[in-house]
Write a protein that binds this ligand. Sequence first.
Ligand SMILES: Nc1ncnc2c1ncn2[C@@H]1O[C@H](COP(=O)(O)OP(=O)(O)OP(=O)(O)O)[C@@H](O)[C@H]1O
Length: 258
Amino acid sequence: MKEQNAILEVNGLEVAYGSFKAVKNISFNVYGGEIFGLLGPNGAGKTSTLSAIEGLLKPQAGQIAICGYDIQQKPLYARANMGVQLQSTSFQPELTVTEILQLYAGVYGLSLSQHQLQAILKDIKLEDAASKRFGQLSGGQQQRVSLFITTIHEPQLVLLDEPTTGLDPQSRRQLWARIEAMRDKGHAIVLTTHSMEEAEAICDRIAIIDHGRILTIDSPQSIIDEHRHQPEVIQASRKGKITLEDVFIGLTGAAVRS
Ligand SMILES: Nc1ncnc2c1ncn2[C@@H]1O[C@H](COP(=O)(O)OP(=O)(O)OP(=O)(O)O)[C@@H](O)[C@H]1O
Protein backbone atom coordinates (compact mmCIF):
# COMPACT_ATOMS: atom_id res chain seq x y z
CA MET A 1 0.00 0.00 0.00
CA LYS A 2 1.28 3.42 -0.97
CA GLU A 3 0.07 5.77 1.76
CA GLN A 4 0.62 8.90 -0.33
CA ASN A 5 -1.75 7.78 -3.05
CA ALA A 6 -5.33 8.30 -1.80
CA ILE A 7 -7.58 7.27 -4.66
CA LEU A 8 -10.78 7.60 -2.64
CA GLU A 9 -11.33 10.24 0.04
CA VAL A 10 -14.53 10.17 2.09
CA ASN A 11 -14.86 13.02 4.55
CA GLY A 12 -17.66 13.54 7.09
CA LEU A 13 -20.20 11.64 4.97
CA GLU A 14 -23.83 11.82 6.08
CA VAL A 15 -26.64 10.10 4.19
CA ALA A 16 -30.29 10.54 5.15
CA TYR A 17 -33.53 9.09 3.85
CA GLY A 18 -36.09 11.68 4.91
CA SER A 19 -35.54 12.21 8.61
CA PHE A 20 -33.68 8.88 9.04
CA LYS A 21 -29.89 9.17 9.12
CA ALA A 22 -28.40 6.01 7.60
CA VAL A 23 -24.76 7.22 7.52
CA LYS A 24 -23.42 9.48 10.24
CA ASN A 25 -20.15 11.34 9.81
CA ILE A 26 -18.12 8.61 8.11
CA SER A 27 -14.55 9.39 6.99
CA PHE A 28 -11.92 7.12 5.43
CA ASN A 29 -9.34 7.07 2.65
CA VAL A 30 -8.54 4.20 0.32
CA TYR A 31 -5.14 3.99 -1.35
CA GLY A 32 -3.83 2.55 -4.57
CA GLY A 33 -2.75 -1.05 -4.08
CA GLU A 34 -5.11 -1.92 -1.24
CA ILE A 35 -8.30 -3.89 -0.78
CA PHE A 36 -10.56 -2.10 1.69
CA GLY A 37 -13.53 -3.95 3.17
CA LEU A 38 -16.74 -2.41 4.49
CA LEU A 39 -18.23 -4.79 7.04
CA GLY A 40 -21.39 -4.37 9.06
CA PRO A 41 -24.64 -6.07 10.00
CA ASN A 42 -27.73 -5.74 7.78
CA GLY A 43 -28.80 -2.11 7.65
CA ALA A 44 -25.46 -0.76 8.93
CA GLY A 45 -25.08 1.71 6.06
CA LYS A 46 -22.62 -0.05 3.71
CA THR A 47 -24.71 0.17 0.53
CA SER A 48 -25.71 3.77 1.34
CA THR A 49 -22.01 4.63 1.64
CA LEU A 50 -21.21 2.91 -1.68
CA SER A 51 -24.16 4.63 -3.38
CA ALA A 52 -22.89 8.02 -2.22
CA ILE A 53 -19.40 7.19 -3.52
CA GLU A 54 -20.92 6.19 -6.86
CA GLY A 55 -22.80 9.48 -6.94
CA LEU A 56 -26.18 7.74 -7.03
CA LEU A 57 -27.41 9.65 -4.01
CA LYS A 58 -26.61 13.12 -2.78
CA PRO A 59 -25.14 13.16 0.72
CA GLN A 60 -26.70 15.35 3.35
CA ALA A 61 -23.19 16.42 4.32
CA GLY A 62 -19.57 15.60 3.61
CA GLN A 63 -17.28 15.30 0.59
CA ILE A 64 -16.24 12.37 -1.56
CA ALA A 65 -13.35 12.63 -3.99
CA ILE A 66 -12.13 10.03 -6.48
CA CYS A 67 -8.63 10.75 -7.75
CA GLY A 68 -9.17 14.28 -6.47
CA TYR A 69 -12.46 14.81 -8.33
CA ASP A 70 -15.49 15.58 -6.16
CA ILE A 71 -18.27 13.16 -7.11
CA GLN A 72 -20.92 15.88 -6.78
CA GLN A 73 -18.98 18.72 -8.45
CA LYS A 74 -17.15 16.73 -11.15
CA PRO A 75 -19.18 13.55 -11.58
CA LEU A 76 -17.95 12.75 -15.09
CA TYR A 77 -14.27 12.98 -14.14
CA ALA A 78 -14.86 11.10 -10.90
CA ARG A 79 -16.79 8.33 -12.67
CA ALA A 80 -14.18 7.97 -15.39
CA ASN A 81 -11.84 6.81 -12.63
CA MET A 82 -14.31 4.40 -11.06
CA GLY A 83 -15.55 0.92 -11.93
CA VAL A 84 -18.70 -0.33 -10.26
CA GLN A 85 -19.59 -4.00 -10.38
CA LEU A 86 -23.03 -4.52 -11.83
CA GLN A 87 -25.27 -7.19 -10.40
CA SER A 88 -25.70 -10.22 -12.67
CA THR A 89 -29.35 -9.26 -13.08
CA SER A 90 -28.22 -6.03 -14.82
CA PHE A 91 -27.07 -7.97 -17.90
CA GLN A 92 -29.40 -9.00 -20.69
CA PRO A 93 -29.70 -12.78 -20.21
CA GLU A 94 -30.27 -13.46 -23.91
CA LEU A 95 -27.03 -11.81 -25.06
CA THR A 96 -24.01 -14.05 -25.55
CA VAL A 97 -20.80 -13.58 -23.57
CA THR A 98 -19.10 -12.21 -26.68
CA GLU A 99 -21.92 -9.76 -27.32
CA ILE A 100 -21.83 -8.51 -23.74
CA LEU A 101 -18.05 -8.00 -23.82
CA GLN A 102 -18.31 -6.12 -27.13
CA LEU A 103 -21.24 -4.06 -25.91
CA TYR A 104 -19.51 -2.86 -22.75
CA ALA A 105 -16.21 -2.29 -24.51
CA GLY A 106 -18.20 -0.03 -26.85
CA VAL A 107 -19.72 1.86 -23.90
CA TYR A 108 -16.19 2.85 -22.93
CA GLY A 109 -15.19 3.67 -26.50
CA LEU A 110 -13.04 0.56 -26.90
CA SER A 111 -13.30 -1.78 -29.86
CA LEU A 112 -12.14 -5.33 -29.33
CA SER A 113 -10.35 -7.17 -32.11
CA GLN A 114 -10.98 -10.89 -32.49
CA HIS A 115 -7.54 -11.49 -31.01
CA GLN A 116 -8.25 -9.28 -27.96
CA LEU A 117 -11.60 -10.95 -27.44
CA GLN A 118 -10.00 -14.40 -27.45
CA ALA A 119 -7.37 -13.22 -24.96
CA ILE A 120 -10.05 -11.86 -22.62
CA LEU A 121 -12.12 -15.04 -22.84
CA LYS A 122 -9.02 -17.07 -22.06
CA ASP A 123 -8.14 -14.79 -19.17
CA ILE A 124 -11.58 -15.11 -17.58
CA LYS A 125 -11.63 -18.82 -18.38
CA LEU A 126 -14.68 -18.67 -20.62
CA GLU A 127 -13.14 -19.70 -23.96
CA ASP A 128 -15.67 -22.49 -24.31
CA ALA A 129 -18.59 -20.28 -23.36
CA ALA A 130 -18.05 -17.44 -25.86
CA SER A 131 -21.32 -18.06 -27.66
CA LYS A 132 -23.32 -19.09 -24.62
CA ARG A 133 -26.09 -16.79 -23.50
CA PHE A 134 -25.36 -14.89 -20.29
CA GLY A 135 -28.48 -16.33 -18.66
CA GLN A 136 -27.14 -19.85 -19.22
CA LEU A 137 -23.88 -19.26 -17.36
CA SER A 138 -23.29 -20.45 -13.79
CA GLY A 139 -23.20 -17.87 -11.01
CA GLY A 140 -19.41 -18.02 -10.90
CA GLN A 141 -19.11 -17.56 -14.66
CA GLN A 142 -21.50 -14.60 -14.55
CA GLN A 143 -19.44 -13.03 -11.75
CA ARG A 144 -16.26 -13.39 -13.82
CA VAL A 145 -17.86 -11.58 -16.76
CA SER A 146 -19.25 -8.91 -14.46
CA LEU A 147 -15.91 -8.36 -12.70
CA PHE A 148 -14.08 -8.12 -16.00
CA ILE A 149 -16.53 -5.48 -17.27
CA THR A 150 -16.10 -3.50 -14.04
CA THR A 151 -12.44 -3.03 -14.86
CA ILE A 152 -12.61 -2.89 -18.67
CA HIS A 153 -11.65 0.82 -18.64
CA GLU A 154 -8.84 0.26 -16.08
CA PRO A 155 -10.40 2.46 -13.38
CA GLN A 156 -8.24 3.43 -10.42
CA LEU A 157 -11.11 2.79 -7.99
CA VAL A 158 -13.09 -0.46 -8.11
CA LEU A 159 -16.30 -0.81 -6.06
CA LEU A 160 -17.63 -4.31 -5.41
CA ASP A 161 -20.86 -4.87 -3.47
CA GLU A 162 -20.77 -8.41 -2.02
CA PRO A 163 -18.84 -9.78 -5.01
CA THR A 164 -18.66 -13.42 -3.92
CA THR A 165 -22.07 -13.99 -2.35
CA GLY A 166 -23.51 -17.31 -3.46
CA LEU A 167 -20.32 -18.63 -5.08
CA ASP A 168 -18.87 -22.06 -4.35
CA PRO A 169 -15.41 -22.20 -2.71
CA GLN A 170 -13.64 -22.76 -6.04
CA SER A 171 -15.29 -19.79 -7.75
CA ARG A 172 -14.78 -17.65 -4.66
CA ARG A 173 -11.06 -18.44 -4.54
CA GLN A 174 -10.77 -17.63 -8.23
CA LEU A 175 -12.53 -14.31 -7.76
CA TRP A 176 -10.33 -13.52 -4.78
CA ALA A 177 -7.30 -14.12 -6.98
CA ARG A 178 -8.66 -11.71 -9.60
CA ILE A 179 -9.38 -9.05 -6.99
CA GLU A 180 -5.89 -9.50 -5.54
CA ALA A 181 -4.41 -9.23 -9.03
CA MET A 182 -6.20 -5.88 -9.45
CA ARG A 183 -4.81 -4.75 -6.12
CA ASP A 184 -1.33 -5.80 -7.18
CA LYS A 185 -1.69 -3.73 -10.35
CA GLY A 186 -2.27 -0.68 -8.14
CA HIS A 187 -6.05 -0.36 -8.22
CA ALA A 188 -7.83 0.71 -5.04
CA ILE A 189 -10.60 -1.77 -4.28
CA VAL A 190 -13.53 -1.20 -1.95
CA LEU A 191 -15.77 -4.17 -1.28
CA THR A 192 -18.63 -4.98 1.04
CA THR A 193 -18.91 -8.45 2.50
CA HIS A 194 -20.68 -10.37 5.21
CA SER A 195 -17.92 -12.99 5.14
CA MET A 196 -15.37 -12.53 7.90
CA GLU A 197 -13.31 -15.23 6.21
CA GLU A 198 -13.25 -13.17 3.04
CA ALA A 199 -12.29 -10.03 4.93
CA GLU A 200 -9.43 -11.84 6.66
CA ALA A 201 -8.31 -13.53 3.46
CA ILE A 202 -8.08 -10.59 1.08
CA CYS A 203 -8.68 -7.23 2.78
CA ASP A 204 -5.65 -5.15 3.69
CA ARG A 205 -7.84 -2.93 5.84
CA ILE A 206 -11.44 -3.05 6.95
CA ALA A 207 -13.94 -0.70 8.53
CA ILE A 208 -16.62 -2.21 10.75
CA ILE A 209 -19.74 -0.06 10.44
CA ASP A 210 -22.87 -0.15 12.55
CA HIS A 211 -25.85 2.19 12.80
CA GLY A 212 -24.19 4.42 10.23
CA ARG A 213 -20.92 4.92 12.15
CA ILE A 214 -17.44 3.43 11.80
CA LEU A 215 -16.68 1.47 14.96
CA THR A 216 -13.14 0.53 14.04
CA ILE A 217 -10.84 0.74 11.03
CA ASP A 218 -7.52 -1.06 10.56
CA SER A 219 -6.03 -4.30 9.22
CA PRO A 220 -8.04 -7.42 10.22
CA GLN A 221 -5.21 -8.66 12.44
CA SER A 222 -4.73 -5.28 14.14
CA ILE A 223 -8.47 -5.11 14.84
CA ILE A 224 -8.39 -8.58 16.41
CA ASP A 225 -5.34 -7.64 18.48
CA GLU A 226 -6.85 -4.34 19.60
CA HIS A 227 -10.15 -5.83 20.76
CA ARG A 228 -9.22 -9.35 21.88
CA HIS A 229 -9.40 -8.51 25.60
CA GLN A 230 -12.82 -6.82 25.54
CA PRO A 231 -15.33 -8.85 27.59
CA GLU A 232 -17.98 -8.72 24.79
CA VAL A 233 -15.44 -10.14 22.35
CA ILE A 234 -14.32 -12.91 24.71
CA GLN A 235 -17.97 -13.76 25.33
CA ALA A 236 -18.58 -14.00 21.57
CA SER A 237 -15.66 -16.39 21.12
CA ARG A 238 -16.70 -19.93 20.18
CA LYS A 239 -13.47 -21.69 19.34
CA GLY A 240 -11.14 -20.81 22.19
CA LYS A 241 -9.28 -18.31 20.03
CA ILE A 242 -10.43 -14.85 19.04
CA THR A 243 -11.44 -14.50 15.40
CA LEU A 244 -12.49 -11.47 13.37
CA GLU A 245 -16.07 -12.72 13.63
CA ASP A 246 -15.81 -12.72 17.44
CA VAL A 247 -14.64 -9.10 17.36
CA PHE A 248 -17.41 -8.22 14.88
CA ILE A 249 -20.10 -9.78 17.10
CA GLY A 250 -18.51 -8.31 20.21
CA LEU A 251 -18.57 -4.80 18.72
CA THR A 252 -21.94 -4.91 16.96
CA GLY A 253 -23.86 -7.17 19.37
CA ALA A 254 -25.35 -10.64 18.94
CA ALA A 255 -28.92 -9.49 18.25
CA VAL A 256 -30.24 -10.21 14.74
CA ARG A 257 -31.15 -7.02 12.87
CA SER A 258 -34.64 -6.58 11.59
N1 LIG B 1 -34.15 4.14 -0.10
C1 LIG B 1 -34.24 4.06 1.24
N2 LIG B 1 -35.23 4.68 1.91
C2 LIG B 1 -35.31 4.64 3.25
N3 LIG B 1 -34.44 3.97 4.03
C3 LIG B 1 -33.44 3.34 3.42
C4 LIG B 1 -33.27 3.34 1.99
N4 LIG B 1 -32.17 2.61 1.68
C5 LIG B 1 -31.66 2.17 2.85
N5 LIG B 1 -32.42 2.59 3.88
C6 LIG B 1 -32.16 2.33 5.31
O1 LIG B 1 -30.88 2.84 5.61
C7 LIG B 1 -30.18 1.95 6.50
C8 LIG B 1 -28.88 1.51 5.88
O2 LIG B 1 -29.18 0.69 4.75
P1 LIG B 1 -28.02 0.11 3.81
O3 LIG B 1 -28.71 -0.59 2.66
O4 LIG B 1 -27.05 1.17 3.50
O5 LIG B 1 -27.37 -0.96 4.78
P2 LIG B 1 -26.34 -2.15 4.46
O6 LIG B 1 -25.27 -2.04 5.48
O7 LIG B 1 -25.94 -2.09 3.04
O8 LIG B 1 -27.23 -3.42 4.75
P3 LIG B 1 -27.24 -4.91 4.08
O9 LIG B 1 -26.08 -5.63 4.67
O10 LIG B 1 -28.55 -5.45 4.55
O11 LIG B 1 -27.16 -4.73 2.59
C9 LIG B 1 -31.16 0.80 6.80
O12 LIG B 1 -31.84 1.09 8.00
C10 LIG B 1 -32.12 0.85 5.63
O13 LIG B 1 -33.39 0.36 5.99
